[in-house]
Write a protein that binds this ligand. Structure first.
Ligand code: SRM
Ligand code: SF4
Length: 572
């Protein structure tokens, strides 16, 4: 019978638990690349092979190999690094990568531009900082993101701890990572067959596709709970976590022109006690392992399993494996999916400064030396650093007496404490060009300028301090969760975007396509009058995303899978 499984299934199967020929590939000096199959396996180790797309045409003209380099993504459940770790991570940016640290939309760091000969050194330096990159990418449970800042209260700390415990529990057990990157002892026999390795949770085929878990502490939805395969909403009574509402089946990725693929907001599966939380994660994941689509990778995420098999059948199966029934979800209220910027005091009286980091890129540019400022702050040794899922940074645990010093350091490097508008503070863009191999249009390099142009209208309408969530991605994969933005730009072609409107400010409702293939100028022409109309006609406290629905600019996406329904494009 024909093997209908996707090619990735075979690559995993013959990889000897994620080894492939990665080790050999690293030693081949005649190319900056590694073998094709190994590029798939490398992801499970937290790294992607990429090339500099800005210089692709020039290299091709000169008949040169592409300018290959590697991206590394850290596994950082809870998103915290100490000052000592910060200094080590900053050194890696300087010596092995392209001089920048990039906070991702899932609250970890990425490095870009690491050439092959530096890859192992960078991995070892990450290990020296007591961090790793295992399972940061690939068909496994990815990095777990939780509501930012575990230092805010004991509840936040408990949730961050749970993210670390689940992350450890669901880690692949193969020793390939230690063997390849840390020169660990080999556990394969002479025939090249794995001797001791096994994957009790995953098996040799791992998962059908990536798998993502997040946790939030209401009212903050800063981890965008409805965008992920699995979510935990902490239910807090009298200052204590009594359990979690569990969500399943969220996801953003889709393919332009293919309505069988769609972003989907997660459904509530049920309520579990704190001591069931780890087993719940395991049983949801193993159900997806066994039920997920292994033939078509475009429909292999958990959200499609839920669509195809139904939420009730899925719940029943998880309950069977768990040996317990979920309770009825408890009431909860989420109020925003952005970050609370500026100074905040924790219950232990320590101070925390949430700093806006435009699109998460920590670098030094003329007049704005963010990277140097943060290094100087880390050198003081008085703070921890927490990454947020909105690509921002909390400088945490600051004693009252060091607040001024920290502000002074930032100022001396030209770093402002806040963004130029509440819209910018609530903006995110994915990496896209030049490193992302899937980008169809600019994103990180385009959004800041576009927001500057929108700020003229915001200023004129008195809306500079009104938060409107704006997100951009260079393709429909949705890495900056654009379909959960009140204004979303999604790249279609160089310079052209689809414009989506109408997601809920607190992240519970998807947006709707408003205009297709618009240039930046066309988008501005469409958006500016809407912003003016919003300023004039909004009800008290009404959010932009809700207003465009009430004003019949777009229809609401009320049901999780109705993203492509009721679309009436303005430029049809
Ligand atoms: Fe993503 C693929 C960057 C969060 C959905 N994503 C990629 C790759 C690795 C491109 C590739 O496969 O070759 C991008 C690397 C770009 C680069 O040069 O660094 C990439 N994704 C990112 C990051 C760095 C965006 C950012 O600007 O911060 C985020 C890293 C998160 C992390 O730390 O783990 C990132 N990606 C997301 C999110 C948001 C989230 O998870 O909250 C999503 C949407 C949620 C979801 O998973 O549905 C997301 N990325 C995708 C997809 C579409 C998956 C799908 O179901 O169709 C792809 C493509 C794929 O997997 O085939 C993708
Ligand atoms: Fe790349 Fe597309 Fe993700 Fe942006 S959304 S980082 S362009 S895969």
């Amino acid at each position: 019978m024909a093997d209908k499984r996707s090619p990735n299934e075979r690559i995993k199967e013959k990889s000897r638990y994620l080894r492939g020929t990665i080790g050999e590939g690293l030693t081949q000096v005649e190319t900056g690349a590694i073998a094709d199959d190994d590029t798939q396996l490398l992801k499970f180790h937290g790294s992607y092979m990429q090339d500099d797309r800005d210089i692709r045409p020039e290299r091709a003209k000169k008949k040169l190999e592409k300018a290959f380099s590697f991206m590394i993504r850290l596994r950082l459940p809870g998103g915290v690094v100490s000052s000592q770790q910060w200094l080590k991570l900053d050194d890696i940016a300087e010596h092995q990568a392209n001089g920048t640290l990039r906070i991702t939309t899932r609250a970890t760091f990425q490095y870009h531009g690491i050439i092959k000969s530096n890859l192992k050194r960078a991995m070892q330096a990450i290990n020296d900082a007591c961090l790793d990159t295992i399972a940061a990418c690939g068909d496994v449970n990815r990095n777990i993101m939780s509501s930012a800042n575990p230092f805010l209260s004991p509840v936040h700390a408990e949730v961050a701890d749970l993210s670390r415990v689940i992350s450890e529990h669901l880690l692949p057990k193969t020793s390939a990572y230690h063997e390849i990157w840390l020169d660990g002892e080999k556990v394969v026999d002479e025939g090249g067959k794995a001797k001791k390795d096994s994957e009790p949770l995953y098996g040799e085929h791992y998962l059908p596709r990536k798998f993502k878990i997040v946790l939030v502490v209401p009212p903050d939805n800063d981890a965008d709970i409805f965008a992920h395969c699995v979510g935990y909403i902490a239910i807090v009574e009298k200052g204590k976590i009594v359990g979690y509402n569990v969500t399943v089946g969220g996801g953003m990725g889709m393919t332009h022109g293919d309505e069988d693929t769609f972003p989907r907001t997660a459904d509530l599966l049920g309520f579990c006690n704190p001591d069931q939380a780890v087993a719940v994660a395991e049983n949801i994941m193993t159900t997806q392992r066994d039920w997920g689509n292994r033939e078509d990778r475009k429909r292999a995420r958990l959200k499609y399993t839920i669509e195809d098999r139904g939420l009730n059948a899925f719940r029943k199966e998880v309950e069977k494996r768990l040996g317990a029934k979920f309770g009825k979800p408890k009431p909860f209220k989420l109020t925003h999916n952005g970050d609370t910027m500026g100074w905040r005091q924790g219950t232990d009286k320590k101070w925390h400064l949430t700093l806006f980091v435009e699109n998460g890129r920590i670098k030094d540019v003329s007049g704005w030396s963010l990277r140097s400022a943060l290094r100087e702050i880390a050198e003081l040794g008085v703070a921890d650093f927490v990454l947020t899922g909105n690509q921002n940074l909390v400088i945490a645990n600051i004693p009252a007496k060091s607040k001024n010093k920290i502000e002074k350091i930032l100022k001396s490097h030209g770093v402002a404490l806040g963004a130029t508008s509440a819209m910018r503070a609530n903006s995110m863009a994915c990496v896209a060009l030049p490193t992302c191999g899937l980008a169809l249009a600019e994103s990180e390099r385009a959004l800041p300028g576009l927001i500057t142009k929108l700020e003229e209208t915001l200023e004129a309408e008195g809306l500079r301090d009104d938060a409107i969530v704006v997100r951009m991605t260079g393709c429909p994969n949705g890495c900056a969760r654009p379909y959960l933005a009140e204004i979303g730009f999604v790249g279609r072609n160089p310079g052209l975007y689809n414009l989506y409107l109408g997601a809920a400010f607190e992240g519970s409702r998807l947006s709707k396509l408003y205009a297709q293939d618009v240039s930046e100028d066309q988008a501005l022409d469409l958006l500016k009058p809407l912003i003016t109309q919003y300023a004039k006609e909004r009800n008290e406290g009404e959010r932009f995303g809700d207003f465009v629905i009430r004003a019949r600019v777009v229809a609401a996406t009320e049901v999780s899978n109705q993203f492509h329904k009721d679309v009436k494009r303005v430029n049809d």
